[in-house]
Design a protein around this ligand. Structure first.
Ligand code: NAD
Ligand code: UDX
Length: 456
């Protein structure tokens, strides 16, 4: 007979990454009466969470962590100890795209996630609520339940509580989420678990924003939200190509369509394509699931979002080559921005990686500058990194360069002294504004040959 028990207040999160760290810090900040333990197999990461230098750059995060660390927020490598102590266990481990075997390049690699489920069964000492925080394929909870139901004594109630925060605004997003989604079984135990988790969020999130659904809706909603957001970006980027062919201006077009209240203005900014650890991975995962259910047309529809994203990067490089007299060999190119977006040090799937590789294939000399992300350059570029220079100083990067290629919309790039940059460059001096954030009229008056994206 499995025991019935009410859950006490301790919470742990397995996985101390971009999701685990910030979400648990927010929960601890608003639930002083709960102990929150974040655990990871990566000791260096845990050490960083316990130090003065956080392992991730996220505006406002330092303050929240420092406010609660050692009081009710703890970072540790003692995974088993945390599982034993806590009643609500979040699983926030990485679920990257599979790189091997069946589904390689598309399906989710669930090995880290399954390892945590098996570990929970092995060490648990009483009933637990297990919360999927990682983004997972729809119906993953079924597999998790099968592993967890192997325990002879204890019951594990699985909930899906996908995270919608965006990097760079994680603290703000957690503080005032559009919604908190909790999916669970509509059984008495499932409902009790949903209620227990909803209480954690109700400490600061208005009740009407806490949405409860069945498990499968919650799992699918996360993939669907990311797919829909990415689809808007690919839509606007596809139109940017048409703008260049027709002398329309994509920023004007985006403004005009975004003023339609049915469409709305957000996520219509053209650029070098979306990056980040989530969009591509989650769409490919959606594609794989659709294929598995025999929905080929649906799979093809979503795959196109990723194909347009790759096309945008290839298109941008083709434009650079053409503009610079069809050769980049031995030309010095200053890449401004390596992070996948501003206000983060994260470079996972950053468009800058693919674009730098394409530029290097043209035998250009590349200097990369970024205020936060340079630490990832060698890992992301592999062997190529030996031929690429890096500097935190954009003026240094532009010295003697033939072109500036702006790829990340860092606020500080708007405020640079472009006259000084122009002076230091070889002429003609080209500037490719991959984010359309600079004042092109002013730059042209300085002397730059300027190209934006989707601009006449
Ligand atoms: P991450 O790689 O930054 O962090 C995952 C952590 O899990 C790593 O530190 C890793 O060491 C740890 N880990 C792996 N296996 C473990 C195990 N068996 N025991 C303990 N720790 C283990 O990844 P992330 O960006 O935080 O993403 C985690 C999940 O959250 C993914 O499914 C992702 O799709 C989802 N998500 C991420 C974001 C985002 O903005 N990054 C947003 C929403 C959802
Ligand atoms: C995304 C989702 O927004 C978030 O809800 C989810 O939890 C995780 O995935 P993130 O990848 O951190 O968040 O950042 P996001 O702001 O969505 O940007 C993703 C990429 O799209 C970036 O490369 C960004 O530069 C690009 N983007 C975004 C555009 O090119 N144009 C836009 O209008 C918006």
């Amino acid at each position: 007979m499995k025991s019935k028990k009410t859950f006490n207040k301790s919470i742990c999160c397995i996985g101390a990454g971009y999701i685990g760290g910030p979400t648990m810090a927010a929960i601890a900040d608003h639930n002083h009466d709960r102990k929150v333990i974040v655990v990871d197999i990566n000791k260096a990461r845990i050490d960083a969470w316990n130090s003065d230098k956080m392992p991730i750059f996220e505006p406002g995060l330092d303050e929240v962590v420092k406010r609660r660390r050692g009081k009710n927020l703890f970072f540790s490598t003692d995974i088993d100890g945390a599982i034993k102590q806590c009643d609500i266990i979040f699983v926030g481990v990485n679920t990257p795209t599979k790189t091997f075997g069946r589904g390689a390049g598309c399906a989710s690699d669930l090995q880290y996630w399954e390892a945590t489920a098996r570990n929970i069964v092995k060490v648990a000492n009483r009933d637990k609520i297990v919360v999927e925080k990682s983004t997972l394929p729809v119906r993953t909870a079924e597999a998790m339940e099968r592993i967890l139901s192997n325990h002879p004594k204890f019951h594990f109630e699985v909930l899906s509580n996908p995270e919608f925060l965006a990097e760079g605004t994680a603290v703000k997003d957690l503080e005032a989420p559009d919604r908190v989604l909790i999916g669970g079984h509509q059984t008495p135990r499932g409902k009790a678990a949903i209620k227990a988790l909803a209480e954690v969020y109700a400490a600061w999130v208005p009740k009407e924003k806490i949405l409860t659904t069945n498990l499968w809706s919650a799992e699918l909603s996360k993939l669907a939200a990311n797919a829909m957001l990415a689809q808007r970006i690919s839509s606007v980027n596809s139109l940017s190509a048409l703008c260049e062919a027709t002398e329309a201006d994509i920023d004007q077009v985006a403004k005009a369509i975004g003023m339609d209240s049915r469409i709305g203005p957000k996520f219509l900014k053209t650029g070098p394509g979306f990056g980040g650890s989530c969009f591509k991975k989650d769409i490919l995962n959606l594609v794989y699931i659709c294929e598995n259910y025999g929905l080929k047309e649906v799979a093809d529809y979503w795959r196109q979002v990723v194909l347009i994203n790759d096309y945008q990067q290839e298109r941008m490089v083709a434009g650079i080559i053409k503009t610079m007299f069809n050769t980049l060999a031995n030309k010095k190119l200053a890449v401004f921005g390596f992070a996948f977006k501003a206000n983060t040090s994260d470079t996972r799937e950053s468009p800058a990686i693919a674009i730098t590789k394409l530029l290097a294939a043209e035998r250009a000399q590349i200097v990369i500058t970024d205020p936060e992300a340079l630490g990832h350059v060698s890992g992301d570029l592999g062997e190529l990194a030996a031929n690429v220079e890096t500097t935190e100083d954009p003026y240094e990067a532009a010295k003697g360069a033939d072109a500036i290629i702006l790829l990340t919309e860092w606020e500080q790039y708007k405020a640079l002294d472009y006259k000084k940059l122009y002076k230091a460059m070889r002429k003609p001096a080209f500037l490719f504004d991959g984010r359309n954030i600079l004042n092109h009229v002013e730059l042209k008056s300085i002397g730059f040959e300027v190209k934006g994206i989707g601009k006449p």
